[in-house]
Design a protein around this ligand. Structure first.
Ligand code: ADP
Ligand code: MG
Length: 477
């Protein structure tokens, strides 16, 4: 059977690897914007073909489909989904993993997402307001006077979210100007009329639940947590993700099974609501990026219309059943037949970028990496290639996270294994990575107790979501 995979990052490498090693014997074909060394290897190993092109172009996907005539397709990243990649497969009569563009709106438009959550009264929704005028948005923040999260109304490649926690500081004149400036900046990222969404600010541990659905059956994957900040201990600018953890079992050490079940229900309710709104069943991954909060319990921060990256690299290696076949069953709407087995052992993933990432991507571009993947695997690390391309036998960085290394074991063992494997990478630059990922669990477990105690009390009193913060201001929300 032939499968055509769209995408080029570490997530797609992990998917290509799962497809290539499936007992189903798939031939892996891929369309990428550059030659990812890992996807290339999976393609060569299975006798497929590697096509280079614009993954956001319907025409180029269409011609790839005609060329390959795949039995099914898999779309990895969100941008091609927003541009209708899955729609093109379906127009050609090819089953595919990935929502059509109207359903992928759940990720693209943060405003539509919140509107749906309120319309269908889905649990874990935050109060929000959306604005077409940037002045009004700034005025709202000042009038409200509480802590808020200010975001571009639409997904703009994980850029622009500002969490305004210290509102008093912002109210001084100087800071007030700084705030309007940041609102302007966020607004300028968005092309459509609705520019800004402002949400009440919440706090708590974040985690992601990925759910695979064929429109009938929902299959939840094990939880994962990603680490967004560039530097050790969660400081520095936000990045696409410097690593992730998953496990043990289906959970994380600081999320219990009740919270997992509740989160699963939220994601299913949302997929069903999307179907009501658009008329199309949701097919593909729908993933809740969540926060466990005192105010609402399991709370939706945003939805992904695909798998998260770097969450994928910590989840796929923990699936001991055939993940490639799971993708085929999803595409063919036979997910009820699927079997999912997850190892009890946790995993830790560490992303590795050239020095310069994330603020000076120019400096992180064009660096040469050398690594012996087999030797690293013998040390217990899986190597997924991300922002790095195969150019005439050389591995050349592209300015972002070049590699994601995954290791299984207790969190401490896995972390130690990663320490060793990172030393096996040589590059003509220094490397940026975090060694604290998987090593801050005690801290997170202590913090979560307070959150859990509070929201469980709210559940008992029937006051989930009731916030003293907003009522006296005349119902600003
Ligand atoms: N309402 C909120 N309250 C507190 N923190 C938030 C809120 N919304 C977002 N954040 C923080 O900002 C990060 C990015 O926000 P998110 O909505 O996921 O946007 P994106 O990933 O598209 O940049 C989240 O991971 C979370 O840490
Ligand atoms: Mg996010």
């Amino acid at each position: 059977m032939k499968v055509l995979l769209i995408g080029d990052g570490a997530r797609e490498h992990a998917m290509a690897e799962a497809l290539a090693s499936s007992p189903q014997g798939y031939r892996v074909y891929a369309l990428s914007s550059y030659i990812n060394p890992g996807i290339r290897e999976a393609v060569i190993r299975t006798g497929g073909e590697y096509l280079k092109g614009n993954i956001n172009s319907q025409e180029e996907i269409d011609s790839a489909i005609r060329k390959v005539s795949p039995d099914f397709g898999v779309v990895g990243p969100e941008d091609p989904l927003f541009h209708g990649a899955a729609d093109v497969f379906r127009r050609n009569g090819i089953p595919v993993v990935g929502p059509n563009s109207s359903n992928a709106e759940i990720e693209r438009s943060k405003v539509w997402m919140r509107q749906i959550m309120w319309k269908y009264k889905i649990d874990g929704r935050l109060r929000f307001r959306s604005f077409t005028s940037l002045e009004e948005a700034s005025k709202f923040i000042v009038d409200y006077g509480g802590s808020v999260a200010v975001k571009p109304a639409e997904q703009v490649g994980g850029k622009g979210v500002k969490v305004v926690a210290d509102i008093q500081a912002y109210l001084s004149n100087e800071k007030r100007r700084a705030l309007s400036k940041s609102v302007d900046e966020i607004g300028s990222l968005v092309k459509n009329e609705v520019k800004i969404i402002i949400e009440e600010k919440v706090d708590g541990p974040e985690y992601t639940l990925h759910v695979l659905t064929d429109g009938h059956t929902f299959l939840p994957l094990p939880l994962a947590q990603d680490y967004k900040h560039a530097y050790q201990d969660g400081i520095g600018p936000e990045t696409g993700g410097m690593g992730s953890i998953s496990g043990p079992g289906n959970l994380l050490p600081f999320i219990n099974s009740e919270e997992y079940d509740k989160t699963f229900r939220i994601v299913q309710d949302t997929a069903n609501a999307i179907k009501q709104e658009t008329g199309y069943s949701y097919k593909g991954f729908i993933s809740g990026q969540m926060m466990l909060t005192e105010l609402w319990g399991p709370t939706v921060i945003e939805f992904y219309s695909r798998m998260g990256d770097p969450e994928t690299s910590s989840i796929i290696p923990r699936i001991s059943s055939d993940f490639g076949y799971l993708l085929q069953l999803t595409a063919e709407e036979k997910l009820s037949k699927a079997k999912l087995e997850v190892t009890e052992e946790p995993s830790v993933v560490r992303a590795v970028a050239p020095l310069g990432y994330p603020l000076r991507r120019d400096l992180a571009t064009g660096k040469e990496f050398q690594l012996d993947v087999r030797a690293m695997e013998e040390k217990g690390c899986k190597v997924y290639f991300g922002s790095i391309s195969y150019e005439g036998g050389k591995l050349i960085s592209r300015g972002s996270r070049a590699l994601e290394l995954a290791a299984l074991g207790s969190f401490e063992d896995a972390s130690r294994r990663l320490d060793g494997c990172i030393k096996m990478i040589s590059a003509n630059t220094e490397l940026v990575y975090r060694t604290d990922i998987g090593r801050t669990l005690d801290e997170q477990m202590e913090k979560v107790e307070i959150v859990r105690y509070s929201y469980q009390n709210r559940v008992k009193r029937g006051s989930l979501g009731v916030s003293a913060d907003w009522a006296p201001n005349g119902g600003l929300w």
